[in-house]
Design a binder for this molecule. Sequence first.
Ligand code: G3P
Length: 216
Amino acid sequence: MDLYIDTANIDEIREASEWGIISGVTTNPSLLAKEGQKIEDVIDEIVTLVDGPISVEVVATEAEEMVREAREVAQIADDIAVKIPMTTEGLTAVSRLREDDIACNVTLVFSANQALMAARAGAAFVSPFVGRLDDIGTDGIGLVRDVVDIFAYYDIDTRIISASLRHPRHVHESAMMGAHIATVPFGVLQKMASHPLTDSGLQKFLDDWKSMEEDL
Ligand code: G3P
């Protein structure tokens, strides 16, 4: 499973990309609004840090306008996946953008049927939102499992991005279910990299080494 970072914060993208683990970036209007910078400026910086698709969402809600906005967004850099919300207008936009060879990431996917429709419209990626389903007491990871099974059963090559991940267990379970990609907030990536036994084990190695040096 590939790891993308789910943020528009350049410092976070820079740090995680230095770890050598990031193969894409996803943003959304809320994440971009938090940074308070122009999209073009943020994307210009991201492309210098990450070699992989960058998802940028349209804010239009009607197909015609989504297509127009998507064509503009796709010009910003070479490897843009345009995020399109999972509505019937969105499906129309995706099927038109497929003809232009513009990769779309259909977002706000909360059911297997939505994922199937997005794939059939021609989405390059679909993003089931795990955490937001858990928030309302349903099984977010179960949705990832169902979408993985359906796409495998029908040989659908749309890639599944497990999204809205809130903690390391979500990432672990996404990998176990066979998601192609997990898009992970920076704080969750930090938690994934650490373990108390790693810290205490390292401390013990250093302490033992130091006491050996003192004895020599
Ligand atoms: O990738 C989608 C993600 O940004 C949404 O996350 O935590 O707002 O549900 P969240």
